[in-house]
Design a protein around this ligand. Sequence first.
Ligand SMILES: [Ca+2]
Ligand SMILES: [Ca+2]
Ligand SMILES: [Ca+2]
Ligand SMILES: [Ca+2]
Length: 422
Amino acid sequence: MRHEAKRAGQALLIAIVGILVFLTTAGPGRPALGGPVRVLVAFQDGVANVAAEGTLLARGAVVQQQLQNTPFTAFVVLLPEEAIPALGQARGVARVERDVAVQLLPGEAAALGPKKPGPISQPAEVLPWGVNQIDADLAWSTSKGTGVKVAIIDTGISKSHPDLAPNIKGGTNFVAIRGRVDPSKWDDDNGHGSHVAGTVAAADNDIGVIGVASQASLYAVKVLDRNGSGSLSNVVDGIWWSINNNMQVINMSLGCNCPTGSLEQAVNAAYAAGIVVVAAAGNSGTADGSGDTVIYPAKYASVIAVAATNSSNTRPSWSSTGPAVELAAPGVSILSTWKGTVYSTISGTSMASPHVAGSAALVLAAPVLPQYDLNGDGQYSAAEVRAALQGSADDLGAAGRDNLYGYGLVDAQEATTGVQPL
Ligand SMILES: [Ca+2]
Ligand SMILES: [Ca+2]
Ligand SMILES: [Ca+2]
Ligand SMILES: [Ca+2]
């Protein structure tokens, strides 16, 4: 019922938005005044939709959409920038934040992938170098991540790809097409999300590639459009969807320089709910590796920030650095699945992150190792999976944890089996 009410309300509000004409006050030589900005308004627990909408309308906010998965009422609205502070003070309002753009990371645009459909016949299966480099293949006699639920918060996942289809178990969509959001339209129209999904869990058959966890269950959470663009509010809604749908691992190969309370709250809630949250550290590194260039959400303490390495276990100059970097994984010239039925080789920390997400899936489906079962209850919590990934990582660069590689190269074999490769 609540869901139906939300949808009906949304339809009405979209109609209202449709008849509005926004006046711009910008003129030659004058700064824009009073132009509406997109903001995410989260209400305190227990504030009902009707009360929330009344508060918004009274302050001139025009509702664009309602978040569908948050345990509290939240709307995306258009509002003059100068009205933000007053709305933030209104009764029942928890936070008001700019609904900034969230994107694929620089250098990972769709144009990098093949544009035409590939051949009908599929290529013979190969083991991608990155999957080999982290010794995932040496973990497979112990675990293939069977049935572990991994949410890919990205551009969708190709429904038709024969190397992904066996492991795709569901999905949802937050991207509007012609003003309408259809949750069933999570097919990938960009390619990036399918690439990430393939590194996590491309099937072990006789075609294409093999993912780190070839029997994990993939869930497409489409928050980025065909150009790789999306909004903070959709990422936040996607994280809450993942919590509500009992995901065990979240991969976010996306981000921005956008610290916001709503994003931090969502990833913290996911981690508290037992989800291993993994994200790309960013492609904003400096040549000498100086500076703190890790993006959000990777930068939050509840998220595993993953930097990139090449086949020589060295950081490419674009891989972001800083105290938040937790692990490193292959991110240069990574072969994986693409949209439609084809394959693509691309680079980025977006490609590194799913090597770690897949490794987390392997650990979650493996027998519990006493050295990582910190509280001795015979199960792995998200924090214990994290401890396993950190504790087994192979140190790179400066001795011990550092700002370029974190704890080092993720070691899927040792994290899963307890056996350190030779
Ligand atoms: Ca395959
Ligand atoms: Ca435990
Ligand atoms: Ca190791
Ligand atoms: Ca190190």
